[in-house]
Design a binder for this molecule. Structure first.
Ligand code: C2E
Ligand code: CA
Ligand code: CA
Length: 732
């Protein structure tokens, strides 16, 4: 039975069943051999047969016990098996000694039938009590289900007892004992074979609990041992050799098992400590980047920031990170954040603390003076601005950084965090991709910003917005050919707020979409009116990158053009160079779509230092607007840009022409269009109309010219210097 059940199992279980089968076979064969020897005529003495039987029984029983310990759940490691064995030995030693005391003089419970000079009997009896002890341990310690293993143990105990009875009976010549042993033997083996089939269910790992291997049971053998020894001492005045041996055995077994148990407990405690440290670490760690999290940073700040050594807290935020998540998906976003964390770590000195506070927000605690920290912050800015190659594409990102020194924060950690955050917000509203140090007045500046955002929300409904138009003139004739629409906001309390201030606020709060729609609509309405009246003009509208990114922007433009019946090529959309620098691929796609509708694209503020000349070739633009800084500063550069633009087939327009000297430089470079206070600032539409009329008189512009692109009608008109009418500091 056991061999066939071993065949159906694998691994350790198969091994256990094989051992059980082998042990059973040894016992059975021993019994049969003993019987054969006894029956044979040339029988040796009873003693020899008994010796043979005893050795066979012991070998079989030990094999069976080894098999039992290999059953699933009985002893998962060698150390556990050893511990069970030692515990079993302690119990066995005590019971055995109790038996010894009872059987030997002076008690001699067996009286006349006490076996004599049959030392071999001790071995199978010893193994039998060991089997009992081990079975007890397994049934106490093993996690449920343990019925099968306990059954196997009981079978082994019974079989080894029966074996002891057979060999002892033969030795003593007790036929009755031999017979009962011979009957009990197959019964015990059958129990083993049957019970072994129910040992397969592996206990749940969580149920295996070393703390359950208590030492309470050790009192039982100790009490037995002490009782028996005491009894013997009282009766005979001495413990005797057997008592001393048994005592030593039990003691060694108990000390050994206690040692093992202690080792287990120590290991368990160590594991517990490690796990606790792990979880404590997790609570202060950001799982994505492995950096500290907000709590980790707070802990460092509380422990170290105010120790007297100068240190600076940097708040870092990735600009426009949301669009990475929106456009490329969160997986790419996560990869980028991971990379950001890595770059921060790489670019800091050992000892500086880095944390991810949440989302795309990071913080660094730097052991440095404010000046050193500012230099380091600029280095970080550069490191973070390098392209991120992720998810089969390249992501361009910039970062904004706010600094606050610990010594500037007398209110402690909270104030320090707030100051760094204020500086960071200031860096954001001040154009992003920059470093700002905390200044006390940021508070009021940011408060004004919040007020602006709040008030801007109702500006359209309250009719506080209007458009002004700045004329664009052809050079050198100075004939007005177009106008750029510029937004103006006059608030009843705040007064006139400049677009440089409220446009960034609108971009950040998302209001820019509504504002942009309003501007586009008004500008096209005005353009339609001028075209109706026969003027050959175009109108330029500024578009912020945020509007461009909206998926329905192209449809919106087409719709507005249709509503006002404006030919698309009469509308110019101005995109700043800065927008191009942040996400070129996406922007290129959008611009191409826009251009397909027929509108023209101008690259605004060209030369302000964001994009490279190399990118220009790939951008779908029609007009290059040279930044006014370039015009004001350097003659050769204007010349270079104009020529480059013309070579790429673009129209070039110079902005910010406010003095005749500027004009001379621009004209000399061959630039054909100009804009600036010299020709007029942003003025109400009627004023531009007056200029158009003045330029067109005495002859009206022929109607055919109204469909032209930027081309200027052949009959160029006399140059007319247009006076500025908006008080924007124009010099006429
Ligand atoms: P921009 O697109 O570069 O517009 C030109 C700005 O330069 C205007 O300032 C204009 O008044 C000013 N300017 C014109 N000629 C001269 C000159 O000769 N010298 C100097 N120093 N400045 C000159 P403004 O109107 O304050 O607009 C500032 C910026 O606000 C604009 O820069 C544009 O980026 C943005 N903006 C204005 N209106 C809108 C709008 O409707 N939508 C969006 N998205 N942005 C707008
Ligand atoms: Ca512009
Ligand atoms: Ca500009």
């Amino acid at each position: 039975m056991l061999v066939s059940s071993a065949r159906r199992r694998a691994g350790r279980r198969r091994h256990a069943h094989h051992l059980l089968a082998a042990g059973s076979a040894i016992i059975a064969l021993t019994a049969v051999a003993g019987l054969g020897v006894s029956l044979s005529l040339a029988a040796p003495t009873g003693r020899d047969t008994a010796r043979l039987l005893a050795l066979g029984m012991v070998a079989g029983a030990v094999t069976l016990l080894a098999g039992m310990l290999m059953l699933p759940g009985a002893a998962d490691t060698g150390a556990t098996a050893l511990q069970h064995l030692l515990d079993g030995l302690a119990i066995a030693g005590a019971i055995w000694f109790l038996g010894w005391v009872l059987v030997t003089a002076p008690t001699r419970v067996l009286g006349e039938i006490t076996p004599v000079s049959c030392w071999l009997l001790l071995l199978p009896l010893g193994v039998a009590v060991l089997a009992f002890g081990l079975t007890t341990m397994v049934s106490v310690r093993m996690p449920r289900p343990r019925g099968g293993s306990v059954g196997v143990g009981a079978g082994i105990t019974a079989a080894s007892l029966a074996g002891a009875a057979v060999s002892g009976g033969v030795c003593q010549g007790w036929a009755g004992v031999v017979l009962s042993g011979a009957l009990a033997l197959p019964a015990g083996l059958t129990v083993i074979a049957v019970a072994a089939r129910a040992t397969d269910r592996e206990p749940e790992p969580s149920e295996v609990d070393t703390t359950r291997r208590g030492a309470g049971f050790v009192f039982l053998p100790m009490v037995l041992l002490t009782g028996a020894a005491g009894y013997q001492v009282i009766r005979t005045g001495a413990v005797g050799t057997a008592g001393a041996l048994a005592g030593c055995l039990v003691l060694v077994a108990l000390v050994g098992r206690q040692y093992l148990a202690l080792r287990d407990v120590r290991r368990g405690a160590q594991r517990l400590r490690e796990r606790e440290a792990h979880f404590r670490g997790l609570a202060h760690t950001d799982p994505l980047t492995g950096l500290a999290n907000r709590r980790g940073m707070l802990r460092v700040l509380h422990q170290e920031a105010f120790s007297g050594v100068p240190c600076v807290l940097l708040g870092i935020d990735m600009d426009g990170f949301k669009s990475v998540n929106d456009l490329r998906g969160h997986d790419v976003g996560d990869q980028v954040l991971l990379e950001v964390g890595g770059r921060l770590r790489m670019n800091l000195r050992p000892g500086d603390a880095v944390a991810r506070l949440g989302g795309d927000e990071f913080a660094v605690l730097m052991w440095a003076t404010e000046d050193e920290a500012e230099r380091a912050a600029h280095r970080l800015l550069d490191a973070l601005a390098a392209p991120y190659e992720q998810g089969g594409g390249v992501v361009f990102l910039s970062a904004s950084i706010g600094l606050a020194a610990a010594e500037s924060a007398d209110g402690g950690v909270e104030t320090l965090m707030r100051n760094a955050d204020l500086a960071l917000r200031y860096a954001k509203v001040n154009g992003k991709s920059r470093v700002e140090r905390y200044e006390p007045e940021y508070d009021s500046l940011l408060r004004r910003r919040t007020t602006l955002e709040h008030e801007l929300r109702g500006a359209i409904e309250r009719d506080e917005l209007r458009l002004v138009f700045q004329p664009v003139v052809a050079l050198p004739s100075v004939r007005p050919v177009g106008a750029e629409a510029l937004l103006r906001w006059t608030h009843p309390q705040l007064g006139a707020v400049g677009p440089d201030e409220f446009i960034p606020a609108a971009e950040e709060s998302g209001l820019i979409a509504a504002l942009g729609r309003w501007v586009l609509d008004r500008a096209c309405r005005q353009l339609a009116r001028w075209l109706d009246e026969g003027y050959d003009v175009w109108v330029a509208v500024n578009v912020s990158p945020r509007e461009l990114r909206s998926p329905d922007y192209v449809g919106q433009v087409a719709e507005v053009l249709r509503t006002h019946g404006v030919p698309p090529q009469r509308l110019v959309l101005e995109v700043t160079e800065h927008a191009v620098a942040t996400d070129p691929d996406e922007l290129r796609r959008r611009l191409r779509e826009l251009r397909d509708t027929g509108v023209r694209i101008a690259l605004d503020d060209f030369g302000a230092g964001y994009s490279s000349l190399g990118q220009l070739r790939e951008l779908p633009v029609d007009i290059l607007k040279i930044d006014r800084k370039l015009v004001a500063a350097s003659e050769p550069l204007v010349d270079v840009v104009v020529r480059l633009g013309h070579r790429l087939g673009l129209e070039v327009l110079a902005e910010g022409i406010s003095t005749p000297a500027h004009r001379a430089v621009v004209e000399e470079s061959g630039c054909r269009f100009g804009q600036g206070f010299l020709f007029g600032g942003g003025v109400p539409a009627e004023h531009v109309e007056a200029q158009l009329r003045a330029a067109a008189s005495p002859r009206r512009v022929p109607a055919s010219a109204s469909t032209g692109r930027l081309a200027i009608s052949a009959g160029q008109l006399a140059p007319a210097v247009i006076p500025a009418q908006d008080g924007e500091g124009a010099s006429g």
